[in-house]
Design a protein. Structure first.
Length: 267
């Protein structure tokens, strides 16, 4: 399996803090059946304001050598979890190779948990005009997407993609998030499952549980696409092999409880 969302690189954000922790996380991943990980440290979120992107590649090289020395068969690739900012396009034009996943045309973007920035559809259009496809990290944890899923549908319909967390399937973030992620799966809103691993004890680098759960719900082939086929396409910078047509939630309103939060949404 391939994990496209991980905070395995030590000393960069709120993920692994030491080389030893990074190595232990890789051991857990290998035992779980993960053999490729895209390291995605937080960027432009809170205190994680980078001015030296070379550190990410340096940390990757150090960890890769340590894993080889310890005979841990997990390959590490570079990327980032990029917090949505007003000047994101400018940052991409200056540092594109450091912000996209494996120097390709996909980028993992993160929204705040409780609102959506105004003009996000314009931002997605601008990203795609730069030949970059945005992958929304764990949208099930965002209260706006959770309570007004038609907004997420619009972004997916534009060409955006999403990555759900394994932990969401097991109520790690609460029952509401768990209910939402299963609803998103039913509506074909999910294109990847990632671990969002931060450590070795709470948010760990595992995907096999999600593979089993989704296999039960949608079939083994679809489940494998979310943890293998689609992630491999990202690494190869190719089109996704599994891209089901999303369901418009407005047609399914009776099966989903809607609570409208206060937020701004502008085209």
């Amino acid at each position: 399996m391939i994990d496209i969302h991980s905070h395995i690189l030590y000393g960069l954000d709120d993920g692994a803090q030491t080389m030893e922790q990074s190595i232990e996380m890789a051991k857990i991943a290998e035992k779980d059946g993960i053999d490729k990980i895209i390291a995605t440290p937080h960027l432009f979120r809170g205190n994680f304001l980078f001015d030296n992107f070379e550190r990410i590649e340096q940390k990757r090289d150090e960890l890769s050598k340590a894993l080889e020395k310890n005979k841990i068969n997990v390959e590490i690739f570079t990327g980032a979890e990029v917090h949505i900012t007003h000047n994101l396009i400018d940052e991409i034009r200056r540092n594109r190779e450091c912000l996209v996943l494996n120097n390709g045309s996909y980028i993992l973007v993160e929204f705040p948990t409780d609102h959506i920035f105004s003009g996000v559809k314009n931002l997605f259009f601008d990203l795609m005009s730069e030949d970059i496809t945005p992958i929304i990290a764990h949208p099930e944890r965002n209260s706006v997407f959770r309570n007004t899923p038609e907004l997420l549908y619009e972004l997916i319909h534009m060409g955006g993609l999403t990555q759900a967390n394994q932990g969401s399937l097991f109520s790690h973030y609460g029952n509401s998030v768990q209910e939402t992620v299963y609803q998103f799966l039913e509506w074909n809103f999910v294109h990847f499952i990632g671990s969002d691993a931060h450590n070795t004890h709470l948010i760990t680098p595992r995907l096999s549980g999600a593979l089993d759960k989704i296999s039960e719900k949608t079939g083994a082939d679809n489940a494998k696409a979310l943890v293998l086929g689609n992630p491999q396409a990202v690494l190869d910078d190719k089109e996704l092999p599994y891209l089901p047509e999303p369901v418009n939630p407005k047609e399914k309103q009776k099966s989903f409880k809607i609570k409208i939060p206060k937020f701004f949404w502008k085209s």
